[in-house]
Design a protein around this ligand. Structure first.
Ligand SMILES: [Ca+2]
Length: 174
């Protein structure tokens, strides 16, 4: 914003719009399947707790998502907390590990409540068996969109994935 002095106000520092990012509970996250997705402790990722995804069987898929809509109270009043803004780059980081090789994580931006309108799907991220931080980025070139959900899917066969410390940051090109 240009103010009368001609000095451009600095952009606000990027903040993480996601809630309960350390998975101390399942609060704020919607999950596909409570028999597969749970909170665990002493997993060695970040803090005391992490998300545990049990991928029993072949080519199993579970997912979690977080969204906000104007009609949804997410704990501190009505607030849109996932937008895609034209020209912004979104950087998603998280920590993960898997019991054995072969598990894949994908991140998506989808329109909330529609799900089938997908704006972005990350490259498949192969999860290693030791604790590691992973990153995926997306630059939104289309018009601004509101009411988005961030969906993270976990795919694998007879495996267990641990997931934690998820951070979403946005930066603008201009
Ligand atoms: Ca944690």
């Amino acid at each position: 914003m240009n103010i009368l002095t001609g000095v451009t106000a600095p952009a606000p520092p990027p903040t993480n719009p996601l809630l309960n990012t350390e998975f101390n509970s399942l609060s704020k996250w919607k999950i596909s399947d409570t028999t597969r997705v749970s909170v665990t402790n002493n997993d060695g990722l970040s803090g005391n707790n992490a998300l545990k995804i049990a991928l029993a069987g072949n080519a199993t898929n579970s997912f979690i998502f977080q969204e906000s809509q104007n009609s949804q109270n997410i704990g501190y009043g009505r607030k849109f907390h996932l937008h895609l803004r034209k020209g912004s780059t979104y950087t998603l980081t998280f920590m993960a590990k898997a019991e054995k090789p072969g598990a894949i994580i994908k991140a998506k931006f989808e329109k909330a409540n529609e799900g089938d309108t997908v704006y972005w799907t990350s490259e498949p991220i192969a999860v290693e068996t030791t604790k590691k931080e992973y990153k995926a980025t997306y630059t939104h070139k289309g018009d601004d969109v509101q009411d988005m959900r961030l969906t993270i899917s976990f795919e694998g066969s007879n495996n267990t994935v641990y997931f934690d410390k998820v951070v979403l940051k946005s930066t603008r090109d201009n």
